[in-house]
Design a protein around this ligand. Structure first.
Ligand code: FAD
Length: 472
């Protein structure tokens, strides 16, 4: 290795230049910097990037490439199992160091550990950093030295620790390696859907990339934070930050978010505690790596899930006959996002009204959410199912009619996503089958034709769910 051997920065779920510890360390190492991203569809097994995530990744990598080029650098794109591709690239570049920010998915932890050994044995310095969380999952422990299993004491301990990561300053000096190492063309990865282009509508909803993330945070702090505690539950208003895909892809860090908020400002405590749920989910995944596949409470292993293809299909297509559930599933399809309250209602319907295994819903969300995140998705599905740590009790079964009436009282959410029901008065918008026949006719609704009849009866489904639960 020569004196000007580069430090290779391996970008993963940290697609930003600001507050990026690995990138900053490479700059501070006085070595020229080389940057890469590896599309690894092999290592994650069933958790390879889903369809919607791939669309986001395409745009986020485009933005990162442009930022690097603005500073005179480039992003080398490679595809394949990172355990092989990264050492090959490091050797090709003659790199003397490789830096990355840590990921917490079990397959990533195992892969990175093996990579550290392999690269180290080849005489390459390897350093990894925390760029994704306020606290490392192993830092916050309860009094007996165990990981927390309940959110409230976990978050209280995080706040009390006073040890949250704070953002680091952008590197002052950037010197990039003059490398002609080949890079895949991003287009050749075909991350965006084409025939059909089901992601067309995402383009007007989202602005992936570091600048887009910063703009989303600024807009949220300026307009929504003060009312967040109340508005976050209202389905029809944009009351939340919509930062989740930006956070998942690391276009912004929780440390940057926390540092831009006065913790005593109205709404701040509640908002920061939601970032806390993200931390909690990550520490659960880290300590219980089977979280995406196995019931956290093994009592649920005996649950009599139903095999109901027709029910599952109706749920995915937003054709259950329950407007708030169907609006949620259409919102997901059109925007790649779903409101948090709607996620809880839709997930509960699948698990408790249809008695379909939560893992099927988890997999559907994995493929269709732009913010699909192994920790948050798995922890949240298990929370709704009642099988998770600090979960909502199974017997608390969301009523999709009253949830709609409560969190979408003026029907704005249902009308936005189900225009066929738009003319129904508020009184009937969450239960169209209860409306008088002439009113349905005047409003242009033909149940069974323009909008489905409910696929299950709420009271019967509730009783069925409780009976199934009683068996375990
Ligand atoms: P805000 O309310 O503005 O919250 C700010 C940030 O805090 C979010 O961006 C997110 O990073 C974090 N956050 C908020 N709520 C939660 C939560 N309950 N658990 C963990 N982190 C949270 N979130 C994902 O990021 N990826 C997922 O794959 C995912 N799957 C979910 C599946 C189900 C069934 C449910 C009920 C929730 C899921 N969530 C997931 C959590 C939550 O719904 C989203 O994080 C939130 O709706 C994103 O919108 P926002 O950025 O406007 O959130």
């Amino acid at each position: 290795m020569t004196a000007d051997a580069p430090a290779l920065v391996w970008f993963r779920q940290d697609l930003r230049l600001a507050d990026n510890p690995a990138f900053a360390a490479a700059a501070a190492s006085k070595r020229p910097i080389a940057c890469c991203y590896i599309l690894d569809d092999e290592t994650p097994g069933p958790w390879r990037l889903g369809g919607a995530s791939r669309w986001w990744l395409h745009h986020s990598l485009t933005a990162l490439t442009a930022s690097l080029e603005k500073h005179g650098g480039r992003l080398i794109l490679r595809r394949g199992a990172a355990a092989q591709v990264l050492p090959q690239l490091a050797a090709e570049l003659g790199a003397s160091a490789v830096y990355w920010n840590r990921c917490y998915e079990p397959y990533a932890v195992a892969r990175d550990k093996a990579l550290k050994e392999k690269l180290g044995a080849a005489g390459v310095e390897v350093k990894s950093f925390n760029g994704a969380l306020l606290h490392e999952p192993w830092e916050i422990k309860n009094k007996t030295g165990e990981p927390f299993k309940v959110f409230t004491p976990f978050w209280r301990a995080c706040v009390a620790s006073g040890a949250a990561r704070t953002p680091i300053a952008a590197p002052k000096r950037l010197e990039f390696a003059a490398t002609a190492s080949p890079s895949d063309a991003l287009e050749s990865w075909a991350l965006r859907p084409s025939k059909p282009n089901w992601a067309k509508s995402f383009e007007t909803e989202w602005r992936p990339g570091e600048d887009g993330a910063r703009a989303a945070l600024k807009a949220f702090l300026g307009k929504q934070l003060a009312d967040y505690s109340e508005a976050r539950n209202q389905l029809g208003v944009y009351g939340t930050s919509r930062l989740s895909p930006h956070l998942h892809f690391g276009e912004i860090s929780p440390a940057q978010i926390a540092a831009s908020i006065d913790p005593d400002a109205p709404g701040a405590g509640k908002f920061l505690s939601e970032i806390g749920w993200r931390e909690f989910s990550h520490q659960l995944l880290f300590h219980w790596p089977n979280l995406p596949e196995r019931n956290w409470k093994d009592q649920f292993d005996a649950f009599p899930w139903r095999d109901d293809e027709a029910g599952f299909r109706a749920w995915t297509r937003g054709e259950t006959g329950y407007p708030v559930v169907d609006a949620a599933m259409r919102e997901l399809w059109v925007t790649g996002y779903m409101h948090n309250r709607a996620r809880m209602i839709a997930a509960s319907f699948l698990i408790k009204h249809l008695l379909i295994d939560w893992r099927r819903g988890e997999a559907w969300f994995w493929d269709t959410l732009l913010d699909a995140d192994l920790a948050n998705n798995a922890a949240s599905w298990q929370w709704v199912a009642g099988s998770g740590a600090d979960a909502s009790p199974y017997f608390r079964i969301f009523n999709p009619i009253t949830q709609g009436q409560r969190y979408d009282a003026d029907g704005a959410y249902v009308r936005r996503w189900l225009p066929d029901l738009a003319k129904l008065p508020n009184e009937y918008i969450h239960a169209p089958w209860t409306a008088p026949t002439d009113l349905l006719r005047t409003c242009g609704v033909k149940l069974g034709e323009t909008y489905p009849h409910p696929i299950v009866d709420h009271a019967e489904a509730r009783a069925g769910a409780l009976a199934a639960f009683a068996t375990i």
